[in-house]
Design a protein around this ligand. Structure first.
Ligand SMILES: [Zn+2]
Length: 426
């Protein structure tokens, strides 16, 4: 009996040591798992392969473990940006998209998403992009095949727009045959075909421009562009394939209509009213307000001809929008972090956290908006969004605790994606 027990004990030790050999132990000064309010001190995350296998204490660290010492840092889940366009760049983005081939856009976009990953964004959702083909979905496929490092990518091939809408190019003469930055569709039949094509070429979201836009030229964000029948067709066709719909919507009527017709998220939502808030709650729809880009525009595009409409409208309606967002936050609308990052300067996207805190979110709530909430929006909350056993080891760290200073998220010092160190502590 004694011998059996001894053999068992030795075998257990061996198994532990063997496991430890293949495992990384991340010693965390402070650990924000993202699941609750608790901040754990001196916790250890054990990672094997791509996954988190255990969250324990320092006594469980063995000499065989590969140790990553983040004892001087705050550790939290990798960030998720729910609204980006990696191929778009510049204030005059609607003509810029015609300057590079799809292949060039892919190369440029790959660099862009790699920069974002190094900033802490381990997952992004692309809200449609400006490419004649599907360059950004090819970037995703190349990353998923392990050819390049890059964030987890979900999203839509294009943004579907009506003729003359926010995805159309409305500033050339009728003689010109220009390929618009969006995908132009009119009527339920064209929408149905477009949705089927988007899915065929790899979209796992459908993006529709229900209303006009701020940044495009020659259309009005206060107009509703798609008819009820068109919106319903997009939702119904996508749903049949298990694909959710995100709706760009500024005009009140467009927001409220899109929610009632079954979209999963509203992008921007500038002219939301009290009824919209009721509808967000009733239909359990997410709001991605994309605030940081508005601030950036006001700072940067004062003299931009391409962004003149955007800046005038932003100045006029920003205060009212923020007041309504404060209400929406108080009432518990599910709000996700989405930066609308279009190749802006480094560390732009994390400014979204700062804006959300200014509007009344607690720092923890804002962090969860960019981790846990967005994981649920993506229907990937069993895989990402919090630091829990069984989830992907998508982990970042900052020097200062972002619960004390939320802007610290613009200075992420360590990034791991799926167990692989992308950015090491210097
Ligand atoms: Zn956008």
């Amino acid at each position: 009996m004694k011998i059996v027990l001894m053999v068992c004990a030795v075998m257990m030790q061996c198994t532990l040591a063997l496991n430890a050999q293949n495992q990384t132990a991340i010693l965390c000064g402070r650990l924000l798992t993202g699941t609750d309010k608790e901040v754990k001190t001196n916790a250890v995350i054990f990672v094997q392969g791509e996954k988190i296998v255990e969250i324990g204490t320092q006594n469980a660290i063995r000499p065989e473990h590969t140790l990553i010492d983040l004892s001087g840092y705050t550790v939290m889940p990798g960030l998720i940006d729910a609204h980006v366009h990696p191929l778009i760049y510049g204030d005059d983005y609607q003509t810029n998209h015609l300057k590079g081939s799809s292949a060039f856009n892919a190369l440029r976009g790959l660099k862009t998403v790699q920069n974002w990953l190094a900033e802490g964004w381990t997952t992004i959702r692309i809200a449609g992009d400006a490419d004649t083909q599907y360059a950004h979905l090819e970037i995703r496929d190349a990353i998923n095949k392990g050819i390049f490092d890059g964030p987890r990518i979900f999203g839509a091939g294009h943004y579907l727009s009506v003729t003359g809408g926010g995805g159309d190019i409305n500033f050339f003469s009728p003689e010109q045959k220009i390929i618009a930055d969006g995908l132009i569709v009119d009527g339920p039949d064209e929408i149905r075909k477009a949705v089927r094509n988007e899915i065929k070429y790899g979209s796992d979201w459908i993006k529709i421009l229900v209303t006009g836009a701020f940044m495009s030229v020659g259309d009005n964000p206060q107009n509703v562009h798609f008819s009820d029948a068109e919106i319903s067709t997009a939702v119904e066709e996508a749903k049949r394939r298990g694909v959710p719909v995100m709706a760009h919507a500024h005009a009140t009527e467009g927001i409220n209509k899109a929610i009632k017709l079954g979209v999963r998220s509203i992008e921007h939502g500038t002219f939301l009213n009290d009824e919209s808030i009721d509808l967000f709650l009733k239909y359990d729809v997410y709001l991605i307000p994309t605030l940081a880009i508005g601030e950036y525009g006001l700072e940067t595009w004062e003299n931009s001809e391409a962004q003149a409409k955007n800046i005038a409208l932003t100045k006029k309606y920003r205060a009212a929008f923020k007041a309504m967002l404060q209400k929406a936050i108080k009432r518990g609308v599910k709000i996700g972090v989405g930066s609308d990052n279009v190749g802006f300067p480094p560390n732009f996207a994390a400014r979204e956290f700062v804006e959300l805190v200014k509007l009344g979110m607690s720092p923890l709530q804002a962090i969860q908006a960019g981790t846990k909430v967005n994981a649920a929006l993506l229907m990937k909350d069993n895989e990402i969004g919090t630091i829990e056993v069984g989830k992907f080891a998508d982990i970042i760290a900052t020097k200062i605790n972002p619960l004390d200073d939320i802007s610290e998220l613009t200075r992420v010092k360590f990034v791991m994606k799926g167990g692989k160190v992308i950015k090491a502590i210097e």
